[in-house]
Ligand binder design. Structure first.
Ligand SMILES: [Zn+2]
Length: 134
């Protein structure tokens, strides 16, 4: 996958039921039967789903996004992360993409993104109400 060449990427081990921060080792996600409970650590930047977008965006990462882009629609995962100056040493992405078979193979891309340079795990959910503004 192209992600591997630009950032440090590890796979979510299916059935592991928990996700840990690669930097501080804190548990950030717990899987239940039909939901995922996310508790960010200081490095947790965001959770990203293809077709859906951000979830659990941290305040600090939102600030970094705002400095670079005018609108949420200008952000493209994962290319924008590189444009923002992130490289292999700064970001660690856990690829939790789920694969399944429906009418042919389907996949549901999900990523946990950790920013080593970030030191604030506070969430900012307000962007949801602002629609295409930050
Ligand atoms: Zn952490």
């Amino acid at each position: 996958m192209i992600l591997d060449t630009k950032f440090t990427v590890t796979d979510y081990e299916e059935g592991a039921e928990q996700v840990f921060c690669p930097f501080c080792k804190k548990k950030v996600a717990q899987y239940y039967i039909d939901e995922i409970a996310i508790e960010p650590c200081d490095h947790f930047a965001f959770f990203y789903m293809s077709e859906v977008g951000f979830d659990k965006l941290s305040k600090e990462f939102k600030k970094k996004l705002y400095e670079k882009y005018n609108s949420i629609w200008d952000f493209e995962f994962p290319d924008s992360l590189e444009e923002m100056g992130f490289g292999k040493d700064d970001l660690h992405i856990i690829d939790a993409t789920e694969y399944g078979i429906a009418c042919g193979p389907v996949s549901f891309e999900m990523f946990y993104v950790f920013d080593k340079t970030q030191h604030n795990g506070e969430l900012d959910d307000s962007f949801r109400d602002e629609e295409d503004k930050w």
